[in-house]
Design a binder for this molecule. Structure first.
Ligand SMILES: Cc1cc2nc3c(=O)[nH]c(=O)nc-3n(C[C@H](O)[C@H](O)[C@H](O)COP(=O)(O)O)c2cc1C
Length: 345
């Protein structure tokens, strides 16, 4: 299994965009699991790669996004008006945001080649054959992301080395490689179906926050696991303080929900005021949630809400197992991994 060849533990700290920066990835890799740097602008990513290489000689991964081909629907007026209200409440002007996907990963790929990055995790798409050939020829292990069996088969046929199967329990965006199509399948069904359908190694992602979760996934045939929500609680993760507090104070009743109202793309987070109000507006729209633009212009609102510690208007990212993290103390990523190793025995 490729992952076992590159790391001593078949555990991946899941890619989590701005949350999983170089400090988190370096600490995790230093502990023998696979730390993954979230997607960053190319200059920052170069600094991060140098930082990680400076901290550890162990393998690490970077996450690269393939620009998905999303429908370009316009925001319905009630949604735009609500976003205006939120901006007013937070005291910010409409801040025209750069389109999140408006970049070319050509420069990122040059970095991966130049620094011989050991592992790349691709999200939201399937890299083309030129990219696959170039990176593999340079010794990089390539992992794809899937939310359905159909996607697993497409990734295997394209020549990826392994697949992260993201189940319905997972926090964050649906990492489908054929967006706007995506799946929401529970791990105990998705994992055996994926194992039956493809030959390459399968890494389980979704709802795994402790040793029992890891053992269950391995028992069901996973070749490794990828954990996101658990690492949101790590000291080295860029999780805002107020968000962390919500996770630490979560109870058996706290869960996450998958919806397009957070960012326009299907994603799972803990429901809050923003979620509830947006869902209520969608109920009044003829197309319901389907009327939301796939790239909803609300990131300035979430950024300001995070700065103000306002958890009503911030996206409280997390998966369905967030309730299992209530009451745990703040720990470093190294302590989290050591804790898992002890629990696994
Ligand atoms: C805050 C957050 C941000 C995420 N960002 C990304 C991302 O940029 N790329 C990606 O492939 N997956 C992303 N994900 C999904 C994770 O890689 C992973 O599939 C998920 O966290 C696994 O489920 P869990 O949260 O229950 O452990 C994100 C997840 C979270 C919680």
């Amino acid at each position: 299994m490729e992952i076992l060849i590159v790391t001593s533990l078949a555990w991946i700290q899941a890619p989590m965009y701005k949350y999983s920066g170089s400090k988190l990835a370096a600490t995790v890799s230093q502990q023998g699991a696979l730390g993954c740097l979230g997607l960053e602008p190319v200059k920052r990513m170069e600094e991060s790669i140098k930082y990680i290489k400076n901290i550890t000689n162990n393998p690490f991964a970077v996450n690269l996004w393939i620009k998905p081909n999303l429908p370009q629907n316009i925001s319905p007026e009630p949604i735009t008006n609500k976003l205006k209200e939120y901006r007013k409440e937070l005291g910010i002007e409409l801040n025209p945001e750069p389109i999140l996907y408006n970049f070319d990963i050509k420069d990122h790929l040059e970095l991966v080649l130049k620094y011989k990055v050991p592992v790349v995790i691709f999200t939201y798409g399937i890299p083309d054959q030129n990219i696959i050939k170039k990176l593999k020829g340079n010794g990089t292990v390539l992992i794809g992301s899937a939310t359905t069996v159909k996607e697993c088969i497409l990734l295997e046929n394209a020549g990826l080395d392994a697949i992260i199967v993201q189940s319905a329990e997972a926090g964050g965006h649906r990492t489908s490689c054929i967006l706007p199509e995506y799946g929401l399948i529970g791990l105990s069904t998705f994992l055996p179906l994926a194992k039956r359908s493809v030959k390459i190694p399968i890494i389980a992602a979704g709802g795994i926050v402790n040793a029992n979760g890891i053992k269950a996934a391995l028992q069901m045939g996973a070749d490794g696991v990828s954990m996101g929500t658990l690492f949101l609680t790590a000291e080295e993760c860029n999780t805002p303080k107020s968000h962390r507090k919500v996770i630490f104070e979560s109870t058996a009743e706290t869960g996450s929900i998958c919806s397009r109202v957070f960012t326009g793309r299907p994603a799972s987070a803990i429901p809050n005021r923003y979620y509830k109000e947006m869902v209520d507006i969608c109920k009044t729209l003829p197309g319901g949630e389907e009327s939301i633009p796939w790239e909803m212009p609300g990131r300035d609102i979430f950024g300001e809400a995070a700065r103000k510690g306002n958890t009503d208007l911030y996206i409280l990212w997390g998966g369905q197992s967030v309730g299992l993290l209530g009451g745990i103390p703040t720990r470093s990523a190294a302590e989290i991994i050591k804790g898992l190793e002890i629990e696994m025995k």
